[in-house]
Each structure stands twice: as C-alpha cells, then as structure tokens.
Design a protein around this ligand. Sequence first.
Ligand SMILES: C[S@@+](CC[C@H](N)C(=O)[O-])C[C@H]1O[C@@H](n2cnc3c(N)ncnc32)[C@H](O)[C@@H]1O
Length: 285
Amino acid sequence: MTAPLWKASIRAAHEEIERFSMLFELTPEPSPQSVIVLTHPHEDDAVIEAYYAEAPDGDALTAILGRDVKVEALPDVDWVKLSQEGLPPVRAGRFFVYGAHDKGKAPSNTIALGIDAGVAFGTGHHETTTGCLMALDWMKRTGMAPSNALDLGCGTGVLALGADRLWRIPVMASDIDPQAIDVTRENLRLNGGQMRIRAVVAEGFAHPMIGAAAPYDLIIANILAGPLTQLAPGIRDHIAPGGRVVLSGLLRTQELLVLSFYRAFGFRLERRWRLGPWSVLLLAL
Ligand SMILES: C[S@@+](CC[C@H](N)C(=O)[O-])C[C@H]1O[C@@H](n2cnc3c(N)ncnc32)[C@H](O)[C@@H]1O
C-alpha cells in the first residue's frame, strides 16, 4: 500500500460508525487504502477517516454519505514515517511485532517479528493485521500444519513472516504495490533473510511464480471486502483440497457478503475473530 496522501473525514455517532465506514469503503474510484475509526471514551461521537493515494471527490462523498465530508491533502511521505516512530510493540497471540526502536525488547516466550513498515501497510497495529496474526497463532496451537502458504497483499510482509516463523514452510508473498514488495524484502533481510519466503509484485494471481508454486494449503489475504470478493475464484483455483484461507480487511457488517462469495466456491466458515468493527474469517475447503 503506498503512502496515503489524502484524508477524507467526518464525525459520526457510535451507531453510525459501521454504516459510514462501509460507505467510505464502497464508494467508487478512488477507493480508500484504509478506513480508520477514532473513538474517545469520554466523547459521544467518533471520527471516521479514510486515506487515499489520490484526491477523492469531496462533493461526491458528501452526496453519498449525506453529511459534509472534509477532504484534505496530507504532508508528504515523512508523515508516514513520523506516525510510526514511537509506535509501541504489538502482542497478538504469541507474536511480538516491533519497530526498530524496540529491537531487543521481545520477551523470551514470544515470536518476535521486526517490522520496518516504511510506506507499506502492516505495522501490526491495525486490527485487520492483529486479527490475522491471532488466527495464524490459533491455527498453530490447534495443531494445523500447512506446508505451503501464500500471503496475498503482503504489505510489509508481516503475515508471511509470521507463517514462516510458525511453520518453517515455503511462503509466497505478493502485493500489487512494488513499494510494498521492496519493504517486504527489506523486512525479510531484517528478520534473518528467510530463504523460504519469495516476494513478487502482482495484482491478484497475475504472476507466473504464484501459479507455479500452487496449490497452497494456506492463503492469507488481508485486503478490503471488495477485492476479497473479486479474488474468490482465484483463491479457489489456487487452494489445495482441505486448505485454509484467512480473510481480513472486511467489516463485521460485510461478513455475510464476503462469505456468500466463498460459500459459492465450496468454502465453509471454520472460525471468526472480531476486533472492533473488523472481522477475520478462517475458511476451510
Ligand atoms: C490492508 S493491507 C495488508 C498488509 C499486510 N498483509 C497486513 O496484514 O498488515 C492490503 C495490501 O494488499 C495490497 N493489495 C490490494 N489489492 C491487491 C490486489 N488485487 N492484489 C495484490 N495485492 C493487493 C495493498 O497494496 C496492500 O499492501
């Protein structure tokens, strides 16, 4: 995910959060790279922020949401780096995801992943990433033992690294964004140059190496609900019989929509994690 350069925001009552978050997500091009809900325990309403790589149409958003949407340009990429400095480490299951400033602080009973996010998505702080790490940890604890994994939309490579550390298996990491793949490769190096992870730039499955390494018995995809529904046939084509799929990036309110696409291809829901407005689905074939 490239650095967001534009922000659209509104204030919303708590009961409006899911509806407005979903409307932000589903608005036509440009679609947001992420939608964030900021709540404060002592305030009645929340702020919903959508981040874009190109300028969104404020008038169109205002018309769609039925409320004045504020659109503003953000300072350049240093904003991203600044926002990461001082981020605390994240605990998710047994994972301990830390930035360079926390190197060496991982407790001994954790699986430590050092992540330099740069302009890519995936510090581990967002619930969609945390939920995937929890799902992977749960799979391991319950005895699942995949032998070949794909991290589709790898961002920083945090989930690919997590799968590698849990199972020591080959992992294909792919992202539509070349900058994310640069960041992923750097993170592989930072974490000891894992030889089992390969990182490629690809939209969906459109890279020969992704097909050549299939079938996968674990596919992880933390992308928004819209792309997840479009990727369902490709995921079905690349999964091994009995394989598992971890889907993230969807809101609770979008579970049924996303599930309906995957059920049509024979997947069943095995487990679900809900973190804030977000939902992580573990599917089995
Ligand atoms: C929400 S981020 C997730 C990053 C990381 N996997 C994590 O869990 O933190 C989604 C990533 O998917 C990538 N992406 C979006 N659409 C994609 C597509 N059609 N094919 C491959 N990657 C895509 C974005 O560039 C972005 O890096």
